[in-house]
Design a binder for this molecule. Structure first.
Ligand code: 5AD
Ligand code: FES
Length: 377
């Protein structure tokens, strides 16, 4: 089947067989070397952006599907990177335990609450508390933090992104008021997982965490990096099928970018094109899912986040961390926005979003499917 036929079929049925996904990804040259002199056209919506005729067809379909679920709205989440201490040693990550040159920091409860206060003033209604797996914050402290934020800002959603924990801990954070939890599976393939992580970290535990989070009642986010070392299209197909099965409310997709003080320092970064294609494919597979145009995408291309929005993404997660620590939460090299103030990013993003023809909405921005299900209950 021609790729455009596959796109139509994916749009109609929100699923393709394994073989069709294989044809679709290979038809779009995902993870393949692309010739720079391709038959490219300018993107009608974004000056300076180029793509092929087939890509343009895919992105256009993804936009139509996202507009049916979310109209022109783009949701913002305020990201607070509250600790870069981590017990894990993921080979791709700049804050891995073995990186002895990383400058470590922890924000105090008061500093975190100050970030929320500033964020609330700037209009944010979702706070994402993200950090390494830092056991210096006890479950009790995390719960206290979540409930303090929820009691001050009752109209806000609190999202946690603090890695693999026990089911009881997830339960306790949820009971304290946490609404959402982000934990990327990174890869669904056991051998690839072992290539990206040390032995103690297993795909089984990762997936156990994701299913626990779902069952407890969180709005869950999973995801992968595009072009991570050792990744093949078969792995991506496995990831797409896993996502369909888990059916999370959010999926985070960004390119892998090497970090100089990790074992993957000399590996190639994932590409803009591959990331855009995956965003669009996921949008067609899961019309209601929340899809961020990630900071990593904005890092590999100056128009990366805008192009992500035009390929089906509908969320942006600007940084609310205090300026003094931003340059230290470095998962990969070259991260953007490390020198800017929260207010600057807020204005900058509003302008960027406007250039795509979409508009920033400062609400909690729950997943459309999740809202429908809650209304039925
Ligand atoms: N490049 C891109 N993304 C990375 N992440 C971690 N390290 C890198 C890197 N080098 C992603 C992981 C993680 C998320 C918080 O950031 O997918 O889940
Ligand atoms: Fe941070 Fe543009 S989003 S400066």
């Amino acid at each position: 089947m021609h790729v455009e036929e596959l796109v139509k079929s994916l749009r109609e049925n929100s699923i393709l067989s394994r073989e069709e996904l294989r044809q679709l990804l290979s038809g779009y040259g995902v993870l393949e070397e692309r010739s720079p002199v391709r038959d490219v056209k300018m993107c009608e919506t974004l000056p300076g952006a180029r793509c092929t005729k087939e890509e343009s067809f895919l992105f256009e379909n993804a936009r139509q599907v996202r507009e049916r679920s979310y109209g022109k709205d783009v949701y913002l989440r305020g990201l607070i990177e509250f600790t870069n201490y981590c017990r894990c040693d993921c080979r791709y990550c700049g804050i891995r335990r073995s990186n002895t040159v990383a400058q470590r920091y922890r924000l105090s409860r008061e500093q975190i609450l100050d970030c929320c206060e500033e964020g609330y003033g700037l209009g944010f209604r979702t706070f994402v508390l993200q950090g390494g797996e830092d056991m210096a914050y006890s479950d009790g402290q995390i719960c206290e933090l979540v409930s303090s934020i929820k009691s001050r800002y009752g109209d806000c959603a609190v999202t946690l992104s603090i890695g693999e924990r026990k089911r009881e801990s997830y339960r306790a954070y949820f009971d304290a008021g946490a609404d959402r939890y982000l934990l990327r599976q990174e890869t669904s393939d056991p051998a690839h997982y072992r290539y990206l992580h040390p032995e103690q970290q297993t795909i089984e535990n990762r997936k156990r965490c994701l299913w626990d989070l779902r069952e407890i009642g969180y709005q869950v986010g999973c995801g992968i990096m595009t072009g991570s070392p050792g990744q093949t299209t078969e792995h991506i197909i496995e990831d797409l099928l896993f996502m369909k099965e888990l059916s999370p409310q959010m999926i985070g997709i960004g390119p892998f970018i090497p970090h100089k003080d990790t074992p993957f320092a000399r590996e190639k970064a994932g590409t803009l094109q591959d990331t855009l294609i995956l965003l669009a494919v996921i949008r067609l597979m899961m019309p209601d899912v929340l899809l961020p145009a990630t900071t990593a995408l904005g890092t590999i291309d100056p128009l990366g986040r805008e192009r992500g929005l035009l390929a089906g993404a509908n969320v942006i997660m600007p940084n609310l961390s205090p300026a003094g620590v931003r340059g230290k939460y470095l998962l990969y090299d070259g991260k953007i926005c490390t020198g800017d103030e929260a207010a600057q990013c807020r204005i900058c993003l509003e302008k960027r979003v406007e250039r795509t023809g979409y508009r920033v909405i400062m609400s909690r921005g729950d997943c459309a499917g999740f809202v429908r299900r809650q209304n039925r209950e």
